[in-house]
Write a protein that binds this ligand. Structure first.
Ligand SMILES: Nc1ncnc2c1ncn2[C@@H]1O[C@H](COP(=O)(O)OP(=O)(O)O)[C@@H](O)[C@H]1O
Ligand SMILES: CC(=O)OP(=O)(O)O
Ligand SMILES: [Mg+2]
Length: 405
């Protein structure tokens, strides 16, 4: 079967088409700057006759973006003869609230729940829903599956997911911590046994997903027991453009002093803070690392704060699990910044952690970067949220087909 996986961001759409169960990627692509005259659509087909295409186009919304995707996977690339060859579509959906601990087939109720949770993930859920509805319009008979960022963290116990505020706010409005990047944390932790040759059920893993958004998760016996993001993806470590943890009193003080509205304040924390806010330069770790190397004091400060805040969460999760067996790094920064990994590990030697400095600098792909005698195994595991979504979609759609027979 051919499964199209869509990850709709606020102004972007990433996609991959999988042939399942072989797990072959037939084509992968992305559209950036949706809503502008100069949106960029790029895609790449795999295999011996693989090719690449990059074009600048005017794209108003996700609906238009999706028609380009369908054109790319059929006519433009020749990968499929027609859209009817798409068996099912899997979507990354960021906020599933308390309703979803597992992936699910999209129904009217599921769409209503995604809509209801949009308030909690305003940057992500509306775009996810647009993607689902756009597919419904074009391919009304094709089953769709929603795979939630929050689902993996539904195993957190209440003492970890509740905020110490009046309990009634949880009862009335479901104010609690949910956590995100669950599909990524689930995927990378599922790879650990293959790398360390030990059963996940007996391991304490700290998973650091450090991309544009970043979160750290404590995984005990294969289940998430705590994670750094909260009710929204703003809590936790410092990120590219997001602040992470703050004193909540800042809101009243800053909005008064700077005459900001609540929306402007939140936008400042989401889009103008983090690495970008401190460096004044960029939220992109590559630019920060370059500027730091050239002597920029503010970029060096931004880097140090970023590293320190991740390390504090690692320390907290060592305490949460009474130790750690595996520390793993994933996503754009986690996979590609040996400097960040080294700086973090330099301060964890009290755990008996010994980084293999050469392995940390040189290798690519899934790998162990600690020494054989290290008491904590440190790994780099490239994430693959899309594959996880394709697998869940396959599973749910196969169930549907056998039920229909
Ligand atoms: N070689 C590299 N060194 C440091 N950071 C990198 C490198 N390559 C990518 N990154 C960083 O990864 C981040 C993007 O991560 P990614 O996981 O792709 O994010 P998202 O999926 O949330 O958009 C960017 O901040 C980028 O700077
Ligand atoms: C939930 C979240 O922060 O996602 P991303 O890292 O893709 O922005
Ligand atoms: Mg991501």
């Amino acid at each position: 079967m051919n499964i199209l996986v869509l990850n709709c961001g606020s102004s972007s759409l990433k996609y991959q088409l999988f042939r399942m169960p072989e797990e072959n990627v037939l084509i992968r692509g992305g559209i950036e700057k949706i809503g502008s005259d100069d949106a960029v659509h790029s895609f790449k087909t795999e295999g011996p006759e693989g090719g690449e295409s990059v074009s600048t186009v005017q794209i108003l919304d996700h609906r238009e973006a999706l028609s380009l995707v369908l054109q790319a996977v059929t006519h433009d690339s020749g990968v499929l003869a027609g859209v009817e060859e798409i068996t099912a579509v899997g979507h990354r959906v960021v906020h599933g609230g308390e309703q979803f601990a597992l992936s699910t087939l999209v129904t009217e109720e599921v769409k209503a729940a995604i809509r209801a949770n949009a308030e909690l993930a305003p940057l992500h859920n509306p775009a996810n829903l647009q993607g689902i509805e756009a597919i419904e319009d074009v391919l009304p008979r094709v089953p769709q599956v929603a795979v939630f960022d929050t689902a993996f963290h539904q195993s957190m116990p209440p003492e970890h997911y509740l905020y110490p505020i009046p309990y009634v706010l949880y009862q009335r409005h479901k104010v609690r911590r949910y956590g995100f990047h669950g599909t990524s944390h689930r995927y990378v932790s599922s790879r650990v046994p293959f790398l360390v040759h030990r059963d996940l059920m007996n391991l304490r893993v700290i998973s650091c997903h450090i991309g544009n958004g970043a979160s750290v998760t404590a995984i005990q016996n294969g289940r998430s027991i705590d994670t750094s993001m909260g009710m929204t993806p703003l809590e936790g470590v410092m990120m590219g453009t997001r602040s992470g943890d703050l004193d909540p009193s800042l809101q009243e003080y800053i909005t008064r002093k700077e005459e900001l509205t609540q929306e402007e304040f939140l936008s400042m924390l989401n889009r103008h803070s983090g690495l970008f806010g401190i460096s004044g330069l960029s939220g992109d770790m590559r630019k920060i690392t370059e500027a730091r190397a050239k002597g920029s004091a503010r970029s060096a400060l931004a880097f140090d704060m970023y590293e320190y805040r991740i390390r504090k969460y690692i320390g907290a999760y060592v305490a949460a699990m009474n130790g750690v067996d595996v520390l793993l790094f994933t996503a754009g920064v986690g996979e590609n910044s040996p400097l960040l990994r080294r700086k973090i590990c330099d301060h964890l030697t009290y755990l008996g952690l010994e980084l293999d400095v050469q392995a940390n600098e040189s290798a690519k792909g899934e790998r162990i970067i600690s020494t054989p005698s290290s008491r904590v195994t440190v790994c780099v595991i490239p994430t693959n949220e899309e594959l996880m979504i394709a697998r869940d979609t396959q599973l749910l759609v196969s169930g549907l087909e056998s039920w229909r027979k």
